[in-house]
Design a protein around this ligand. Structure first.
Ligand code: TTP
Length: 404
């Protein structure tokens, strides 16, 4: 079935990691986030894919080209982020108006068997069961289990099924995309779904696994999911005096030196070096050309391309942007003394990550001096510096440079 993947979002909540790249291109294990969405769609039955791009669109185009896994890929530009219905409207020239179409959010991970069930019939909407649905779009269903409505952030949720941003629309829905602006000023696909629910019995497909990747700690969760699916493979250069346990992938062109202990799931990407004498624990992604040096411990973290943690450092539950450089002895805190979940400032509000262990989010090119210490939940903007011996206790990605 023809498939539209929405990847035009600005990803403001993911800042500073999205200062220079669109959220769908953030790394999740061995590929960008949106590539997982596209690959799941292809496995589930996508016959062609239209990627709706906008912010930093060139990155997405360069990565995909015009074909993936034997399926043609086209690009539609949504120049202004006016909402998800507007994004699908941008894709219209690439779609066959006489055929149904699938729409998927390009910043979500879907499990393939559930997504395949979604592709089996028209119309349908994907959902996921959560304990507290009140902060999501929640599906309302009738006695026969068909979806009748999506209610945004309800105080009294009609079900525990939240909208997973995955839809199969009938061909008529091509004509229903001109929706009115919603209360929050966007042209929303849920209004197209509401029209579909009036005209059809819409199947609700409950996904076994789903993750919406909107906030930085969800990028850690996405990596935990996909690194956890790794098949162990050693194609790189691994010292006989290194110890590798659990699912570990060392790509061709990567080096693991003497005295290193790696406990998977860990992926060491091409061009990366680990050690000598380093301890890397799962779930960790050591990105392309990244370096983990002597007497460094890295746990449950993402080191993006070219990030260097050279000597005597600890990195836990953290996201390090491209070309970050740690001075010797830089330490990351990832636990509060009161044991509460670590909070992070997002769009001016302190939001709980829901994680007892959560470290730092560093923009591309951040440099720390020797013996810097970085407090749990702190973000440092792209290109920021930390002085030798300095303690960064509070978030440094201010509202003014937030680009919001
Ligand atoms: P959101 O997560 O609502 O938006 P975002 O990705 O820009 O993130 P943030 O709120 O942090 O700024 O978007 C959901 C999906 O829809 C996501 O895949 C991006 C996509 N999208 C578009 O392609 N165009 C749009 O106009 C909007 C609003 C979203």
């Amino acid at each position: 079935m023809q498939t539209v993947i929405l990847a035009a979002g600005r990803g403001t909540r993911m800042r500073p990691l999205t200062d220079r790249r669109p959220k769908p291109m953030l790394p999740v294990a061995d590929r960008p986030l949106v590539a997982h969405t596209a690959d799941a769609a292809i496995e589930a039955g996508a016959t062609d894919i239209t990627l709706v791009v906008g912010y930093e669109a060139g990155d997405v185009r360069d990565y995909f080209g015009d074909e993936r896994g034997g399926v043609p890929v086209a690009f539609a530009v949504q120049s202004e982020q006016r909402g998800t219905a507007d994004a699908v409207r941008a894709a219209a020239p690439h779609l066959d108006p006489d055929e149904p179409f699938v729409v998927l959010n390009g910043d979500a991970l879907y499990d393939v068997p559930s997504l395949s069930t979604l592709y089996e019939g028209t119309p349908a909407v994907g959902s996921f069961r959560v304990a507290d649905p009140s902060s999501y779009g929640v599906l309302d269903t009738d006695d026969e289990g068909f979806v009748t409505d999506v209610v945004e952030k309800p105080a009294d949720p009609p079900s525990d099924l939240v909208n997973a941003g995955a839809y199969v629309f009938p061909a008529e829905a091509h004509d229903w995309l001109d929706v009115a602006e919603s209360d929050r000023g966007e042209l929303e696909l849920t209004d197209v779904l509401a029209t579909t629910c009036e005209a059809y019995d819409v199947r609700g497909v409950a996904f076994d696994r789903w993750l919406d990747v909107g906030r930085p700690w969800e990028l850690l969760e996405a990596n935990e999911w996909k690194l956890g699916e790794l098949e162990p493979r050693i194609d790189g250069d691994v010292s006989e005096r290194a110890e590798l346990d659990g699912p570990v992938v060392v790509e061709a062109g990567a080096t693991v030196r003497s005295g290193v202990v790696i406990e998977g799931p860990v992926l060491v990407r091409r061009g990366a070096t680990v050690g000598p004498n380093a301890y890397v624990r799962g779930h960790t992604l050591v990105g392309e050309n990244a370096k983990v040096g002597h007497a460094v411990e890295v746990k449950n973290s993402v080191l993006m391309e070219g990030a260097t943690v050279g000597h005597l450092s600890y990195v836990g539950d953290s996201l390090l942007g491209r070309d970050v450089n740690f001075g010797a002895g830089t330490k990351v805190a990832n636990l509060r003394h009161d044991g509460e979940s670590v909070r992070q400032l997002l769009k001016g509000e302190l939001v709980s990550s829901g994680r007892r262990k959560y470290g730092v989010v560093l923009g591309d090119g951040v440099k720390t001096g020797i013996n810097a210490s970085l407090n749990a939940g702190v973000r440092i903007p792209t290109g920021g510096t930390v002085k030798p011996g300095e303690s960064v206790l509070y978030d440094r990605v201010g509202e003014n440079d937030a680009g919001d």
